[in-house]
Design a protein around this ligand. Sequence first.
Ligand SMILES: Cc1ncc(COP(=O)(O)O)c(C=O)c1O
Ligand SMILES: N[C@@H](CCCC[NH3+])C(=O)O
Length: 448
Amino acid sequence: MAATRERGPAPVLDGARAGRGVWPATAHPHADGDVSVGGVRLTALAERFGTPLHVVDEDDVRRRCRAFRSAFHDGEVAYAGKAFLCRAMARWAAEEGLSLDVCSAGELAVARAAGFPGERTLMHGNAKTPEDLRAALGHGVGRIVVDSFHEITRLAALASEGARPRLMVRVTPGVDGRTHAAVTTGTDGQKFGFSLASGAATEAVRRVLGQRGLALAGLHCHIGSQITDPAAYEEAARRMVGLLAAVRAEHGAAPPQLDLGGGFGVAYRPGDPELDPAAVAERLRRAVRAACAEHRVPVPRLTVEPGRAIVARAGTTVYRVVSVKHGVAGGLLVAVDGGMSDNPRPGLYGARYTVRLVGRRGAGGDRAATVVGRHCEAGDVLVRDARLPADVRPGDLLAVPCTGAYHHAMASNYNLVRRPPVVAVRRGRARLLVRRETVHDLLARDVG
Ligand SMILES: Cc1ncc(COP(=O)(O)O)c(C=O)c1O
Ligand SMILES: N[C@@H](CCCC[NH3+])C(=O)O
């Protein structure tokens, strides 16, 4: 890939300061209407790798890893691999000093293939299968976050065969992070964790401590995803410290670690609220210290598990326009060569994005537009309430920023569409991380 590196301060894209808005930190608009990321033009990437295409700005990912590491310098930052995982991503997290949260034998296999240290890995899951647990123990996963009484029993049995797992108990603290219902996990009545209010959490701690082969490393909670109110984290922290104190009162000691999960919200569109890691870290530290002083318990080591906040803004998806319908309600109806198979989030959570024509300057002024996908569902809408040039036409490239988290990770083969590749860009170079699926891949699984 020819280097097209830009010099001088990055101009502003869609009203956002580099690193603060919805575009990756190195995104740079050109006078001809193109945009480069990591010093590489999106048009050149589309030409070389085809569309749809996920582009990841490695510098943006690394910057955000560092921002979290520095914000939680006295604690631990575990990247939540469910947001986006491949070997390169695991290596970036490892190199930036992060731990890693995995939630299946598959994610663990990728981490392992990247050489991610087992002791810095945590395994999550409300229904870890025997395969998941065996993989975790086989790879020497540092902590397993237990989520049911059955799992504690299973781990106790594995421990009697010689394994010595260190566990954290996942607690439902009864805190509502006021986010989409599908990603609200801090309240009773959803599937994750042991309820604090019902006493299930204290009983889970009792059962773990009652097994000779099991060690209790800490307590865990995760109140949800895309949370933008720091007060919800503070409230969860206070309740969790209350539980640490109850454990100490009953058992004589409290476990040394408190994991407050991930969920830090990001801006998908200019002007959306987002959480600043340094500010949240400071508020959490203060809340935890104050609660520990009140309950007279030692201050635990904090862990956080950001996923989206590390990778969302690093990702841009590039599509090619296939057809345009004019004169329909809502303005232009612009259909592209991807859709809900590479981004199910609008359908699942009503997620909203921005979109930009790249590769040429449009003409005729901006028009209201809806960007739709290629799938056989009327609900296959990628961007509602978009503004695109009136002359947008087939063959044009469109870029949707802030698509680094839960896009590639949640992609599907619906309509037997092949999942797009992931390309990392950095300092004028592009590197294929995950190749595009082929028809052969699809046929290879169809063995009937
Ligand atoms: C236990 C746990 N930790 C961390 C995360 C990461 O969440 P996010 O990507 O919103 O930071 C999740 C997903 O919500 C989770 O379930
Ligand atoms: N998949 C969700 C987030 C789930 C978080 C994982 N517990 C999203 O795209 O926003």
